[in-house]
Write a protein that binds this ligand. Structure first.
Ligand code: ADP
Ligand code: MG
Length: 647
């Protein structure tokens, strides 16, 4: 079984590639310290076996399959400090720092696994006694390399150093001139997290730099416990600020601020430890808890940074001072190298496996390195040209702005005029239309009132005529009156007979004058003009009315008195004339078909009943006053016998 390792594997080749702008994974190398004399004395066996230069095999003590881990480089206990320095790729980070990148090297692993040894060599044997060059760690070797490299650069390099420790979650300056005191960790957009009032010491020589390192190491808290005689009780961060203030760079505005440029930070983490295993008590236990807490926060951040959705998720860098100060190195714009340190002892295998897994995962963390963003100083002629260009642009913009201001009122006025024209226009149209409708309505009402008045008069006249007609019918008939011989001829459908009012009081059959008698159905039938019929032809329309009593020819029997229902049709006429008004609607209805009643066509015209009324009046008067007979047409001269003979 093999766990995931570096995708590329060759740190040297990876480090040769330019990091700017691209996703750059954290470089991870593994260092396995040799078995200590104590462990060898106990007869412990190594559970770790290097396979090649990049793979580590882990053999579980109880048997079972080996577990393989693959890293950019795996350096076993036989490898020297110089081998580690060369293999880990820290020189490339130094180069990047010289180019302005922010680079970090940090060690990670269980307490006693060799982190401090890897970075700074074995603990000093005594005060002021330097570490032998052969045992010097990555830091001293990098200092040496860097100072040598700086001397070969074209431009001078300014080197400043700061050194701090995070002890019990407090940041303390290891280079402070007075007694160390807690320093706040702040954040700014430009600098990210930074330690306020941290002393920066300019180091012009390797000796000065080594001296600062020794001073910090001597100040850093360490204690002895079961697993380590010189166990670091704090996380230590030594940062080299590299600036190259050439003529193309702007010097820092504030001398207290770190110069704009690259950074190379060395982080020696305190190791995680099991309190039971280290036998820590009291202050040691407090320190261990604090260390474990901050390492837990670091592990949490690493886990979240490995999340594919991490860009959307929140990384809790603020959970500890350590993660704050490593935020840029882990998830930001830095270039990072992790040296994972493990103990080969089988007793430490659980912690070793934990470290290996964390280190494997850390290889998948990527950053987006960014170089310095300091504005470059431009030649005077270029500045002058840009200034002129900006002035011209400024003038054009002002001109456009003035034009906009001058145009604005016109545009505004046009919009208002448009709105007014449209709104007021619509309003005026509505008002005119309303006025027109009102006028039309007034005309219609006037017509309706006239029609109503006319109807009223007509109804009164009809009522009077009815009254007079009823009175006439109830009077005893004159025996001398002319009797129509056709009454002798009963007909079943006499009710369809045409009104007698248009026959000039002649019997349609025999043409005998019937001035004493008026047809009560006269208004129920459509007016028609009786045409002379052919002799012997009896039109169904001129048959005698059904109410005409069957009489024998020559009978002078007067017509019987008519009952009230016989006059229903006359009442229908009255109802028609007195009918319910039809209220005209607006707009006026278009002219309808000719057969449509005029009243329904807006009421502008009321059927003129006057001629018919006059005729009716005349007939009634004639019935009531037989002496007022109209001049008889020629047919009147016919005798009833003549009429009958025509059948
Ligand atoms: P850590 O810092 O991880 O707690 P140290 O660096 O203090 O561990 O190392 C613990 C002990 O192991 C020290 O005494 C150190 O000298 C020793 N040691 C660590 N790594 C090596 C190594 N590669 N070769 C020889 N001794 C080592
Ligand atoms: Mg240590």
């Amino acid at each position: 079984m093999e766990e995931r390792g570096s995708p590329d594997g060759d740190p040297a080749r990876n480090l040769e590639q330019g990091p700017e702008g691209s996703e750059t994974p954290i470089q991870v190398v593994l260092r396995v310290r040799p078995m200590s004399t104590v462990e060898l004395r106990r007869g412990e066996q190594s559970a770790l076996h290097c396979s090649g230069t990049r793979t580590l095999q882990v053999s579980p003590p109880g048997g079972g399959p080996d577990v393989a881990f693959r890293f950019g480089a795996v350096l076993d206990g036989a490898r020297t400090q110089e081998d580690v320095f060369r293999a880990c790729g820290v020189k490339r980070l130094g180069e990047l720092a010289l180019r302005g990148f922010s680079c970090t090297v940090f060690t990670f692993g269980q307490t006693g696994s060799g982190k401090t040894y890897t970075l700074t060599g074995p603990p000093p044997q005594a005060e002021g006694v330097p570490v032998p060059p052969s045992l010097a760690g990555i830091m001293q070797r990098t200092f040496t390399w860097l100072l040598d490299r700086m001397q070969h650069l074209d431009s001078p390099v300014t080197l400043r150093a700061s050194y701090l420790e995070i002890y019990n979650e407090q940041v303390q300056d290891l280079l402070s001139q007075g007694s160390p005191r807690p320093l706040p960790v702040r954040w700014s957009k430009a600098r990210g997290f930074y330690v306020e009032q941290l002393r920066l010491v300019e180091c012009g020589s390797l000796e000065a730099l080594m001296e600062l390192l020794q001073m910090g190491l001597s100040r850093r808290r360490s204690s002895s416990h079961t697993l380590n005689q010189a166990s670091s009780r704090s996380h230590a961060l030594l940062t080299l600020h590299i600036s190259r203030p050439t003529s193309q760079q702007v010097p820092p505005v504030d001398l207290g601020e770190p110069p704009v440029g690259g950074k190379l930070c060395f982080v020696d983490l305190a190791g995680s430890e099991k309190v039971a295993a280290t036998g820590s008590r009291g202050q040691l236990m407090l320190e261990a808890n604090s260390i474990n807490r901050s390492l837990l926060a670091l592990g949490h951040c690493i886990s979240l940074l490995l999340d594919p959705q991490r860009k959307q998720s929140h990384i809790p860098f603020r959970d500890s001072k350590l993660t704050k100060l490593l935020a840029d190195s882990l998830g930001g714009r830095g270039v990072t190298l992790m040296v994972a340190c493990v103990s080969p002892s089988a007793q430490c295998l659980p912690e070793t496996l934990s470290t290996l897994r964390y280190a494997s995962r850390a290889q998948r963390i990527t950053t987006r390195p960014q170089g310095p963003k300091s504005p470059a100083v431009k030649p005077p002629q270029q500045v002058e040209a840009e200034l002129l260009q900006l002035q011209e642009e400024n003038r054009c913009l002002r001109l456009q702005l003035d034009q906009m201001y001058t145009k604005a009122p016109r545009v505004h006025g046009a919009r208002v005029a448009w709105a007014q024209r449209n709104l007021y226009g619509m309003l005026q149209e509505f008002m005119l239309e309303n006025e027109k409708l009102r006028k039309e309505m007034r005309q219609l009402r006037s017509s309706r009132d006239l029609a109503q008045a006319e109807q009223h008069v007509l109804a009164q006249q009809i009522h009077e005529l009815e009254r007079r007609l009823l009175l006439a019918c109830s009077l005893p008939q004159q025996t001398s009156a002319t009797v129509c011989p056709c009454r002798m001829t009963p007909a079943a459908s006499c009710h369809v007979l045409p009104p007698l009012c248009y026959c000039y009081h002649l019997c349609p059959l025999c043409r005998v004058s019937l001035t004493h008698w008026a047809c009560p159905w006269r208004e129920c039938h459509a007016p028609q003009v009786l045409e002379p019929e052919a002799p012997g032809h009896i039109s169904p329309s001129v048959r005698p009315p059904p109410w005409a009593p069957p009489t024998s020819p020559g009978s002078a029997k007067p017509p019987q008195e008519r009952n009230h229902s016989d006059w229903t049709q006359t009442r229908v006429l009255a109802e028609m004339l007195m009918g319910e008004e039809v209220v005209p609607s607006a707009p006026p209805l278009p002219a309808g078909p000719s057969n449509m009643p005029q009243v329904l066509r807006g009421g502008s015209g009321i059927p003129n009943q006057t001629p018919r009324l006059e005729t009716l009046t005349h007939q009634i008067n004639s019935s009531l006053n037989p002496s007022q007979r109209q001049p008889q047409p020629s047919e009147d001269t016919q005798s009833p016998g003549q009429g009958l003979s025509s059948y």
